[in-house]
Design a protein around this ligand. Structure first.
Ligand SMILES: [Zn+2]
Length: 80
């Protein structure tokens, strides 16, 4: 029974130490996104040249001229 109590006390002490250490740690300033460049981890959004809907660059369909479309159907329909 004493062993269990000791284990609980040690566990609580460790938990308190960890939570306190996390709060008092050095605060890093949030990374500032440079204007004009997409932030890390985000996908640039493009507008479909036909219907104008915005979609992630990874989902866009590109024509050889470089225009982006939301789908192959709009790629075939061409710019509006
Ligand atoms: Zn479209």
């Amino acid at each position: 029974m004493k062993f269990l109590l000791l284990l609980a006390v040690v566990g609580i002490a460790l938990w308190l130490f960890k939570s306190r250490h996390r709060v008092s740690g050095p605060k890093k300033p949030p990374p500032q996104a440079k204007p004009g460049t997409p932030a890390a981890g985000t996908t640039p959004m493009l507008a479909c040249a036909h219907c104008g809907v915005h979609l992630p660059q990874t989902d866009a369909v590109f024509e050889p001229a470089g225009r982006a479309y939301c789908s192959a159907a709009h790629l075939q329909a061409g710019p509006r």
